[in-house]
Ligand binder design. Structure first.
Ligand SMILES: NC(=O)c1ccc[n+]([C@@H]2O[C@H](COP(=O)([O-])OP(=O)(O)OC[C@H]3O[C@@H](n4cnc5c(N)ncnc54)[C@H](O)[C@@H]3O)[C@@H](O)[C@H]2O)c1
Length: 248
């Protein structure tokens, strides 16, 4: 695979889980720099130190993606440090699962504000930079929940909306040599998935044709592909990575 030599990247929610694995993979692909945007600064700083003990390539910012002012400040600081942004991964996401008739307004709005408006906030400040430099790749981490999943009306709505946004943006940005794609994971073995409890976790494993969870590294490999020139003709797409659980 072609690598990411010279590319400067932002990965949101990269303090742990899938985002951290993506940041790690980007460094393995020789990315020039990775900025971690994470609302838990201690987590972000620990990840940065672990991934890049030299402290030269990875920088950590405290940033709640739902807060437009914080996003703008972190994007400005990234540009000041790196000079440009070639890759954006909108990975930060949360669940607040509950059957719809019992779901609170807070559960609804928290998920919409982080998963959907967070992606909007990042794109608002990064897309103009990529248009100007006529180069960039944006990857949005969706979910197979977009097909519908009881208890996830809020989450599923955001993950499906990401796809429509991605298709429109791909069509708007194509002539500027900026690509946007989604990855829709099935179950990945992270804290988010473990939080459902052991019984539900094991039941989810059993529903997968490959009879296991994926590791975050398996997701990171797909995201890296979408950020190299090997995928230069791929934009507006969703790659479903679910071990065969969802076949479109
Ligand atoms: N784990 C799975 O099975 C799975 C499946 C499908 C999709 N996804 C998606 O993948 C992405 C990553 O999931 P994960 O499993 O690694 O989750 P995780 O909970 O392990 O990690 C999420 C990270 O995002 C950070 N974060 C959360 N809200 C934030 C905010 N407002 N601003 C900045 N950072 C924030 C958290 O601090 C954490 O570091 C999410 O968008 C999730 O919806 C996960």
């Amino acid at each position: 695979m072609k690598n990411m030599k010279g590319q400067y990247c932002i990965v949101t929610g990269a303090g742990k889980g899938i985002g951290k694995a993506i940041a790690k993979r980007f460094l393995e692909e020789e990315a020039a720099g990775v900025a971690i945007f994470e609302w838990d600064l201690a987590l972000a700083e620990a990840a940065a130190k672990e991934l890049d003990p030299t402290g030269k390539k990875v920088i950590a910012f405290k940033c709640n993606v739902a807060d437009s002012d914080m996003v703008k400040a972190a994007v400005d600081a990234t540009v000041e440090a790196f000079g440009r942004v070639d890759v954006l991964v909108n990975n930060a996401g949360v669940t607040r699962d509950r059957i719809f008739h019992k779901m609170t307004d807070d559960e609804w709005h928290t998920v919409i504000n982080i998963n959907l408006n967070g992606m909007y906030n990042l794109c608002k400040f990064v897309v103009p930079l990529m248009r100007e430099q006529e180069f960039g790749s944006i990857v949005n981490i969706s979910s197979t929940s977009l097909m519908g999943n009881p208890g996830q009306a809020n989450y599923s709505a955001t993950k499906a909306a990401m796809q429509g946004f991605t298709r429109t943006m791909a069509k708007e940005l194509g002539r500027k040599n900026v690509r946007m794609n989604c990855v829709a994971p099935g179950y990945i073995d992270t804290d988010m998935m473990r939080a459902v409890g052991e019984d539900k976790f094991n039941a989810a494993v059993a529903r997968h044709p490959m009879n296991r969870m994926a590791s975050p590294d398996e997701l990171a490999a797909i995201v890296a592909f979408l950020c190299t020139e090997d995928s230069s003709w791929v934009t507006g797409q969703t790659i479903v990575a679910s071990g065969g659980a969802l076949c479109l």
